[in-house]
Design a protein around this ligand. Sequence first.
Ligand SMILES: NC(=O)c1ccc[n+]([C@@H]2O[C@H](COP(=O)([O-])OP(=O)(O)OC[C@H]3O[C@@H](n4cnc5c(N)ncnc54)[C@H](O)[C@@H]3O)[C@@H](O)[C@H]2O)c1
Length: 470
Amino acid sequence: MSRLHSRLQLDTTPMKPPPTTTEKLPRRPDAFAERNLRVGIIGCGYVGLPLALRFAEAGHRVTGFDTDPRKVAKLNAGQSYLRHIPAEKIQQQLSCEHFQASGEFAQLREMDAILICVPTPLDERREPDLCYVEQTAHVIAQNLQRGQLVVLESTTYPGTTEELVLPILERSGLRCPVSSAEDVTTDFYLAFSPEREDPGNQQYSLAQIPKVVAGVNPPSRLAVEHLYRQIVTRVVPVSSTRTAEMTKLLENIFRSVNIALVNELKLLCQRMGINIWEVIESAATKPFGYMPFYPGPGLGGHCIPVDPFYLSWKAREYDFTTRFIELAGEINVSMPYHVVETTAQALNARHKAMNGSRLLILGVAYKKDVDDMRESPALKILQLLQQRGAQVDYNDPYVPELYAMRHYDFSGLKSVELTAERLAGYDGVLIVTDHSCYDFAFIVRHARLVVDTRNATRNVAEHREKIVLA
Ligand SMILES: NC(=O)c1ccc[n+]([C@@H]2O[C@H](COP(=O)([O-])OP(=O)(O)OC[C@H]3O[C@@H](n4cnc5c(N)ncnc54)[C@H](O)[C@@H]3O)[C@@H](O)[C@H]2O)c1
């Protein structure tokens, strides 16, 4: 048990009445610079699991909390359910007792720091669905102890930490005043630190990505700074949790808007007979003032298609319309329709109707080399092709079988083998996700028609007459 925690146990009981101002904090913010803290991570998904393992590697004793009992069981058995997290990494931390998974949320009381990494999706009306954050805040409030640090990591609109999480936590009877006074008295610490994890990115690991942090008051900011300095090379403190929340949204809106821009220019270039990818590569030779973004079949993943709309929703409270976000969303959402239309035209040029054609989608994950299908444009393309009467199969080395999701149900559809005979049997093959393991020369050689949404076939020299860029 950590020194901090044993101190904590001596002078705390759950659900205390509001403390008087003369009561002292059981620990100072710099206590979070100590090793061997007990860190609880709520939500062991794409964000929470790598974060948990990073804290474990740094010498802390980490408990990964999750409401999904299958994930808890797998983790405790040393198994991984994320392709980019090797099971050995989990086993290593289990064996030195730096990591365990749990569905028993009462154990939150034993933690020094609690980090929230639960989903923040959009609901059916494309409005923020903060039910997971709310549920989590209630569970923490039931178990909150004086001196604990709570950090929200989930991506959300500016104001969530102060307006939503804080009031729920204060139902415990403990107080954490929003203040800029250095000497403010606070019973627990509350902070926001956006997660910038990029699953599958070989160049930047979690430890190398600077961590933006902010507290609702100065002691909270200090506490979160000390904690994260232990796991990343650079911590960037900002003045308020709203600033930190907005920082993450700016990053993702920047991507969404720039991707929409090149997607729109791609449509124009196609009409003008210009190769947009060649244009981008040549523009990218400028050493300043330009950053390349690439067109594609549409946006995917948990973040870029979702996060900007958290801000659009919040902006309405201020009578403000976020036009760039809406326009980018409109263009990006239209891309799967463009891919399907281009496929129909390419089939037509080969005297073939879409209705009754046999098509193969390559790659259903939302980006290359990951197994994550959330919001993947491949699913929309699959749906649209089926609606137009095509018989569609798919291949994805990382997604052996499709399952029911929020907007789609292709459950039972299994990834087909990628053989020369099979490729030749389809009227068309659509490259939707350009996994690195695909042999595009082989694919083009054996397919009759290739609709390439990623310029994945750029280095294929033979049979270019079969390729249509979409
Ligand atoms: N995936 C990314 O690349 C990425 C990158 C940066 C930020 N984010 C943000 O991080 C947050 C988490 O995203 P993710 O991709 O890790 O999601 P995820 O769906 O992979 O993982 C979330 C986990 O939380 C669990 N969970 C749900 N409700 C819970 C609850 N009440 N208590 C405990 N566990 C609960 C789920 O079972 C799941 O294991 C989101 O806000 C997302 O926008 C994600």
